[in-house]
Structure formats: structure tokens, C-alpha cells
Design a protein around this ligand. Structure first.
Ligand code: HEC
Length: 351
């Protein structure tokens, strides 16, 4: 079955559409990766800030505040100033984890889109109990010895980074019998103990609301972006038309002319013999083919002319021979009459 193929322009149009579609998909995936990396970087920044804040509290052992609203403190201390001996001042202490929890609560109330908390598989304060994502993160981090874990959960990017126990932490999170009395008083002996140095203490868990990329796609595409895409298509179509299609059309006309024997000049001006352009190579080849075809035709015409001249001479010789020896039934004369070239030169021998 013969294939009836569509034009190169139509094929190219189709190809461009496929390329555009595939490129669009690739750009979308790249955008998605960039967005994910950006979210991760944001979450890591939050974790670093929380750790820096915890380190600042730890550097001072504990922070002492005068306010005990919320009853959130570990130790208590009363100070009397020499100037006002009858006005004692009460101070309340907060250890790093406690201060970090209050920090996280303050951030939760703030306009910051990123929120965080500290949690553990073995929490000292039940308020810090892990949710479903945090349970998964803790399990994966602890079994695989991973440093971090992230997931997209219901319109949020959730990220957890492991926190490890150092020697200083074990005084409160190791053996409850050796833990400070104020810790035992507030949190009891049951939870948040039994850790060793180097254990995963828990995670700093960050949540950042995400935006749907496909829903926001239109906000990324402006007139400049559309203009660039259109311009690139115009360039591509211009190239195909001027460098391929119109030269091919010209060559087709020449080839058709040659095939019907018309003299059709092929312009090879400005084409170097060692050109690397395939179409120019085709032009050169076609031009050579045209020249040799015309040469062949010319030779053929010359041969034909020569042959007919010979034929005329032969006929004349036969006529002359017949006139000299009139033997019409002679088979040799018949053969000569049929036009064998060279025949007329021999009839004398057969007689
Ligand atoms: C002074 C005692 C003390 C020390 C030292 C201490 N912690 Fe804690 N830790 C606590 C208390 C108390 C809480 C509960 C705070 C709250 O109410 O949210 C806590 C909570 C935590 C939590 C949150 C989960 C939970 O158990 O409620 C993590 C994680 C944690 N500590 C890790 C550490 C690490 C790591 C260190 C060492 C760098 C450390 N802690 C040192 C007392 C301590």
C-alpha cells in the first residue's frame, strides 16, 4: 500500500505541538522541584532558629522570669533586694525545651506562615505528643538512622529534623532517680526518661502551608513569557520555510523539468563544492545529474541522427543493387531491405 504522507509543514507543526507539550511538562516538574527545595530550605531555617534559641537558653542554664502566668515553669526562687527588704521578688525558671515550647506557641499566634513544635516518641509533657505525621517521621528517623523526613499532607509541607541527646540532656532525660526534683515534681517519673547520650531525643517538626502549583500557574506566566514562546515558534517556522521547504519546492520543479526533457537551469552560484549543508549538496548532485542527463540526451540524438543517415545511405545502396541485379525473391536482399546496417556493403559477396 502506498503511503500518502502529510506535508513537512504539517508534520513540523505537529512536532512543535508535541515538543511544546513535553517542554511544558518538564518546566512544570522543574518548577515543582524548585518549590519543594524552597519549602525544605524554609523549614530548615525554622529548625536552625529554634535550635539557636534553645542553645541560647542552655547557655544560661535556664532563663528566669518574674511572670508565672500559665504556671509554666520548672523552679522557683525568691529574691529580696537590700533596698526593699519587705518586697520579695519571685522568679520562675524555664529550661530550653520549655522555653522552646513557649516560643513555638508565640509563633503559632503570630502571622508567620511556618509553625513548629518539639515532640518525641517518649514525651515528658503529654502536650507535646506527636501527631500522625510526627509518629511516622519519628519511626522512620529512628529505624533508618535518618536526619530528617518530609511529606506533603493536606495542603501543608511537613518537615521533621532529628534532635539528639547530648551528655547535658541526660541529667533530666536519663534516670528519673537522678533527675532534678523540680522536673519530677512537675512531670512525674514516668515519661521522657530512659534516654542515653546519642539517642534520638525527638524531632523539631515544622509545618508550612503550600500553594497548588497548577492553580497558580497562570500567575507565573506573563506577556513576556508568552511573547518569548511565540517568538521562538516564529523563528522555528521561518527556518523550516526558508531553509527547507522553499528550496525543496524549487528543486522539485527542476527535477520535474529534467524528467520531461526541458532544459531547466539549476543555480549553484555561491555553493562551495565541499559544502556541509545537505540541501546544498542535493542541489549540486541534482545539477550534476542534470548535466549528465543532457549529455546523454545529446549523445543519443547524435547517434540517432547518425543512424538515420546510415539508414538512408543503406536504402540508397539497396535500391541501386536492385536496379543492377533484379532478383526480388533473393532472401539476402530481403534481409538488407529490413535495414541491417552494413548489409549494403556486402551484397556483392553473396552473388
Ligand atoms: C533541666 C532538665 C532538662 C534538660 C537538661 C533537658 N531537658 Fe528536654 N525537656 C525537659 C522538660 C521539662 C521538657 C518538657 C517541656 C514542656 O513542658 O514542653 C522537655 C522536653 C523535651 C523535648 C520535647 C518532647 C517532650 O519530651 O515533651 C525534647 C525533644 C527534649 N526535651 C530534648 C532535650 C534535649 C535534646 C536536651 C539536651 C540538649 C534536653 N532536652 C535537655 C527537661 C530537660
Amino acid at each position: 500500500m502506498k503511503r500518502s504522507r502529510v506535508s513537512i509543514s504539517a508534520q513540523f507543526m505537529l512536532l512543535v505541538l508535541v515538543i511544546l507539550g513535553m517542554n511544558g511538562a518538564a518546566y512544570f516538574l522543574i518548577l515543582k522541584n524548585v518549590y519543594q527545595q524552597e519549602l525544605k530550605a524554609q523549614a530548615q531555617t525554622v529548625v536552625a532558629n529554634v535550635e539557636a534559641f534553645g542553645a541560647w537558653v542552655a547557655q544560661h542554664g535556664r532563663v528566669w522570669v518574674k511572670d508565672n502566668s500559665g504556671n509554666s515553669y520548672l523552679g522557683e526562687m525568691t529574691v529580696t533586694s537590700a533596698a526593699k527588704p519587705d518586697e520579695p521578688i519571685h522568679f520562675y525558671s524555664k529550661n530550653p525545651a520549655l522555653a522552646q515550647r513557649e516560643f513555638s506557641e508565640a509563633v503559632a499566634q503570630s502571622t508567620s506562615p511556618a509553625k513548629f513544635r518539639m515532640t518525641s516518641h517518649n514525651v515528658m509533657n503529654p502536650v507535646n505528643k506527636p501527631d500522625t505525621f510526627e509518629q511516622t517521621a519519628l519511626a522512620i528517623i529512628r529505624t533508618n538512622n535518618q536526619k530528617e523526613y518530609a511529606e506533603f499532607v493536606q495542603g501543608e509541607y511537613r518537615y521533621a529534623q532529628a534532635v539528639f541527646h547530648k551528655a547535658a540532656c541526660i541529667s533530666c532525660h536519663g534516670d528519673p532517680a537522678k533527675a532534678p526534683a523540680d522536673v519530677i515534681n512537675r512531670y512525674g517519673k514516668e515519661n521522657g526518661f530512659g534516654f542515653k547520650e546519642g539517642d534520638v531525643a525527638g524531632v523539631i517538626s515544622v509545618r508550612i502551608p503550600t500553594h497548588s502549583l497548577s492553580a497558580n500557574l497562570m500567575s507565573f506566566i506573563g506577556p513576556l513569557e508568552v511573547g518569548l514562546v511565540v517568538l521562538s515558534l516564529v523563528f522555528a517556522f521561518w527556518f523550516i520555510r526558508s531553509q527547507l521547504i522553499s528550496p525543496i519546492k524549487k528543486l522539485t520543479v527542476s527535477a520535474q523539468d529534467i524528467s520531461t526533457g526541458q532544459d531547466s537551469p539549476i543555480n549553484t552560484d555561491g555553493i562551495a563544492l565541499n559544502t556541509r549543508n545537505e540541501l546544498d549538496q542535493l542541489v549540486l548532485a541534482l545539477s550534476r545529474m542534470r548535466n549528465s542527463t543532457y549529455l546523454a540526451i545529446k549523445k543519443m540524438r547524435e547517434a540517432r541522427a547518425e543512424a538515420s543517415e546510415t539508414l538512408v545511405k543503406a536504402k540508397a545502396a539497396v535500391a541501386k543493387a536492385r536496379a543492377d541485379h533484379p532478383t526480388p525473391t533473393d532472401p539476402a536482399t530481403k534481409t538488407v531491405a529490413m535495414g541491417k546496417p552494413g548489409g549494403p556493403k556486402k551484397p556483392d559477396k553473396s552473388h
